[in-house]
Design a protein around this ligand. Structure first.
Ligand code: ATP
Ligand code: MG
Length: 253
């Protein structure tokens, strides 16, 4: 389990994260939702140590990330898979090289072992026969799958996904969501997904944290989401036409 307690983060005097509290559970898809600019990406980057938080604590199964020395942080980084907003494959490397990259960084596998693991991961995401192709030669959905293959290459305990289905059509988005759910359950991964795709949330969130203007404003299960009675959450949820149709009685404005 990842436990976030009292996390504050300021950039140039603008406080972006305000006393954020959250718990992310193993074997579950833990979703973080909120408006654009609410602080979801800053939170995710803080979780993986890409941002240094001002105060508070982040513990990974009892290990306080914020108090660790570099060596211990590297050990945790090996247990982390990341899927960034916008895909973030290396454009000038082939798909195979992309998936092998974390294995080069963090393992002593032989070349043959690395290739075997890369192929296993590519097969797991249903992406075969594209090893020697470059990301630009694949569709957006295929690129996302390749990025997932890379993210699971090291058999992570923790998987962080920032808007994993942004830019995808609804059906391809569902394929990616399902894949993330399956991998999470299959390997008991503690998965944290940032999204503002309500379809994703209603279909696949095991738990939800709603971030509002940098605060962890509400948390609960997806079944509680529509009846939270929380005005800010309702405003966020029922701002889309689709959601208004699901819940016509909860119309706002
Ligand atoms: N490196 C940075 N330096 C200064 N300000 C930053 C930095 N990163 C993010 N911010 C600010 O933090 C706020 C929250 O940004 P963040 O990217 O976390 O939003 P988000 O919830 O992920 O939005 P979106 O849904 O659009 O991805 C924004 O106001 C942004 O300008
Ligand atoms: Mg973001």
């Amino acid at each position: 389990m990842i436990v976030v307690e009292g996390v504050n983060k300021t950039f140039n005097e603008a406080q972006i994260l305000k006393n954020v509290e959250a718990k992310f559970h193993p074997g579950k898809v833990n979703m973080v939702i909120g408006k654009s600019g609410s602080g979801k990406t800053v939170l995710l980057k803080s979780l993986v140590g890409l941002h240094k938080i001002d105060s508070g604590s982040i513990t990974f199964d009892g290990r306080d990330f914020t108090k660790m020395r570099t060596k211990e942080k590297i050990a945790i980084r090996k247990e982390v898979g990341m899927l960034f907003q916008g895909g973030a494959l290396f454009d000038s490397s082939t798909i195979e090289e992309n998936v092998i990259y974390p294995l080069d960084m963090f393992t002593n596998f032989t070349k043959a072992e690395k290739l075997k693991r890369a192929n296993f991961c590519l097969e797991r995401v249903n992406l075969t026969g594209v090893n020697k192709q470059f990301p630009s030669e694949l569709s957006g959905g295929m690129q996302k799958r390749a990025a997932i293959a890379r993210a699971i290459a090291l058999n992570p305990k923790y998987l962080f996904c920032d808007e994993p289905n942004s830019g995808l059509d609804p059906q391809t988005a569902i394929v990616i969501d399902k894949l993330i759910q399956e991998i999470t359950k299959e390997y008991g991964i503690t998965t944290v997904v940032n999204t503002h795709d309500m379809n994703s949330v209603l279909a696949g969130a095991d738990s939800v944290v709603f971030i509002f203007e940098g605060h962890s404003w509400w948390h609960g299960s997806r079944t509680d989401l529509l009846d939270s009675g929380n005005p800010e959450l309702d405003d966020f949820l029922f701002s889309s036409e689709l959601m208004r149709r699901i819940r016509p009685t909860k119309q706002h404005k």
